[in-house]
Design a protein around this ligand. Structure first.
Ligand SMILES: Cc1cc2nc3c(=O)[nH]c(=O)nc-3n(C[C@H](O)[C@H](O)[C@H](O)COP(=O)(O)O)c2cc1C
Length: 179
């Protein structure tokens, strides 16, 4: 079946769902889900995600030049969904979605305590890409909770959320070995 070209990304799915947490220069925190996300360099470690330029997340990153990419699990799907609602600028989704702010090690933006893993990023570049802006961040600190990392990342235990589209999410099923 031929798709309208604007629908192509719907089949580039499921995509990892992340929570990007930021803080405004006045100190008000913000959390929002994103799935247009990818590694952009290993050395130096750079992560990229694309956002609608109108999002509060972008405004905060422009102001404070940092952000945290948090990996949510199945357990906090409902909380994540609340974070996607449009709240007035200055309203913290942490409170609205019953999530807990945790101090980061190297950036001003807080972490989302309930998540599996955290990547503290310093803004490196912001590039306009059509109707989105591509935000590139250098990963200054990367941390995963011990219980989910024994002999490598235990994806079965962690149950990271993957976004199919709209209200639909999934979690990793089988682990296949390519030998
Ligand atoms: C699972 C999921 C993934 C999303 N991915 C993106 C994305 O990659 N880029 C984007 O601009 N918005 C994305 N959104 C929409 C934003 O999260 C939503 O508009 C949010 O309210 C923006 O919050 P903010 O204005 O506080 O930054 C996504 C929403 C959901 C539920």
């Amino acid at each position: 079946m031929k798709l309208k070209t604007e629908l192509w990304y719907k089949v580039l799915a499921p995509r990892p769902a992340v929570l990007v947490s930021t803080v405004s220069k006045k100190g008000i925190s913000n959390v929002a889900p994103f799935s247009f996300v990818m590694p952009a360099s290993m050395e130096p470690p750079i992560l990229a995600f694309a956002s609608d330029p109108e999002h509060d997340t972008v405004r905060n990153i422009k102001e404070t030049k940092d952000f945290v990419v948090n990996i949510p699990s199945k357990k906090i799907l409902k909380n994540l969904w609340i974070c996607a609602e449009e709240f007035d600028y200055g309203v913290s989704e942490f409170e609205k979605a019953s999530l807990t702010e945790e101090k980061s090690q190297k950036v001003k933006s807080p972490r989302v305590k309930e998540c599996i893993a955290f990547f503290e990023c310093k803004l490196r570049d912001l590039i306009e890409t059509g109707d989105h802006v591509l935000i590139l961040g250098e990963v200054l600190v990367a941390e995963v909770k011990d219980e989910f990392y024994k002999k490598g990342y235990d994806i079965k235990k962690a149950n990271p959320l993957l976004h199919i589209g709209g209200v639909k999410f999934t979690i990793p099923g089988e682990v296949l070995i390519a030998e």
